[in-house]
Every structure is written in structure tokens, then in C-alpha cells.
Design a protein around this ligand. Structure first.
Ligand code: FE2
Length: 227
């Protein structure tokens, strides 16, 4: 029988984050009740990639259609509690453009859109648990109504498990960003070592800055859920 160490709460996001009003609406006010999963929750669906089409591994474009910004690659590896790769996992990725603007109707930040930036991808991990995304580095952006909280550059990830209820939604941060120190979402993870695991490792190559990252789907060192 496989025994998986439970998550350490200090390595996970605190439910309601001071200064971040939306977390009060998103997180339950009462302790969660444990409920046995039934066949409806545990039976799938299988083969997610047939239901959710895969979407490009390139948000940066080519030639005249290149997105503006610093070209980067993100190499993200999905691993289990022992660091073993998870092949065939569906990973969704999205981030804002190099001016801090999302492709989303709710984004009213006064920053220019970039017609050559696509904003989102959906990929499957290969045998080594890896996905590779070519994109541009996202910028910081202000959180409306907070009097000066700017999100540091970050990338959102969603990793689907084998059933719908099994899903990790988290964020990747960039090393050396001064706004990391004061970000309410990153600092909602109280353990400094766990926070440092949310920051990608820079591994520059000849023509592109590569950021390496690990998405840990379960166990004590599971990546923290971040909205
Ligand atoms: Fe964001």
C-alpha cells in the first residue's frame, strides 16, 4: 500500500490573505467536512486531452508576429512526492504580457494589449514529466483597489490529475524580483523554504533565458495551491 505523507500546512497558502480581499470570498469560512468520494468523482473522465484540446507550446510567435518582451523558455517538470516524473499529465499555463496585461475581459489595468501574444497554453507532460513553453517574460501588474500592491512577474499553472477533483492550481515566480518579498500571495506560504520552491531556477542558454521549475503534485513538499 502506498502511504503518502500529508501536506505540511506551513508549506501551503493560508486560506484568507490579509490585504487580499478576494481570498475572503474564495476560501471556506468553515472547516472542511471530509466526505467519501463516490463513483461520480473517481471514475474519470479518462483521456483529458480528447476533451480539452492541447493548445500551442509557444506564446512568443515568430517573425512579424513576435510578442514584445524578453524571450524565455519555461521547462516545468511535474513530479510526485518522491520526485519521480509524472508523464501524461495535462498542464495549463497562462500569464500576462510584457506590459502586465492579461487577455481577459476582467483585466482593466491601463496597459497595452499585444496582438502577437497569446497568453495561454495547454500541454501534456512527456515521459520525463516535462513540458516546455516558449514565451516572453510577464511583467508586474497592480491589484486594483489595494493602494499599491503590485503582483511580481509570475506564471499560473493548472495540473490535472486522473479525475476532475484532482487538480493543482499554483503559480511560478521569477528569481531576483524585488516584488517577490512583499507579494501577499507568495507570502501566504509561511515556510521560507516552501516559498523558495515557488521561485524558478534560471538556466540561461545561448539565445534564450530558460527557467526551470518543479510542480510537485502531492506529499509534504506539494506545490502550494495559489489562485
Ligand atoms: Fe496573475
Amino acid at each position: 500500500m502506498i502511504v503518502i505523507e500529508p501536506r505540511d500546512p506551513r508549506t501551503q497558502s493560508e486560506g484568507v490573505v490579509e490585504g487580499y480581499e478576494q481570498t475572503g470570498w474564495r476560501w471556506p469560512a468553515q472547516p472542511l467536512a471530509r466526505r467519501r468520494h463516490g463513483i461520480a468523482e473517481l471514475s474519470g473522465p479518462g483521456d483529458l486531452s480528447r476533451r480539452l484540446p492541447l493548445v500551442r507550446g509557444d506564446l512568443a510567435g515568430y517573425g512579424d508576429k513576435r510578442a514584445i518582451g524578453q524571450l524565455i523558455q519555461i521547462h516545468a517538470r511535474v513530479v510526485d512526492e518522491d520526485g519521480a516524473p509524472v508523464p501524461g499529465a495535462m498542464v495549463e499555463i497562462w500569464h500576462c504580457n510584457a506590459a502586465g496585461k492579461y487577455i481577459h475581459p476582467n483585466d482593466d489595468h491601463d496597459a497595452p494589449a499585444d496582438p502577437n501574444f497569446y497568453g495561454a497554453a495547454r500541454l501534456l507532460t512527456g515521459d520525463s514529466g516535462l513540458i516546455e513553453l516558449r514565451t516572453i517574460k510577464p511583467a508586474a501588474y497592480p491589484v486594483p483597489g489595494t493602494g499599491g500592491w503590485w503582483r511580481p512577474p509570475h506564471v499560473h499553472f493548472s495540473v490535472w490529475g486522473r479525475v476532475w477533483l484532482s487538480r493543482l492550481v499554483t503559480q511560478m515566480f521569477f528569481p531576483g524580483e524585488p516584488l517577490n518579498e512583499r507579494d501577499a500571495i507568495l507570502n501566504a506560504v509561511r515556510d521560507p523554504e516552501a516559498r523558495s520552491r515557488c521561485i524558478a531556477r534560471l538556466a540561461p542558454k545561448e539565445n534564450v533565458l530558460v527557467y526551470e521549475y518543479q510542480l510537485v503534485v502531492r506529499g509534504r513538499k506539494a506545490s502550494p495551491g495559489m489562485p
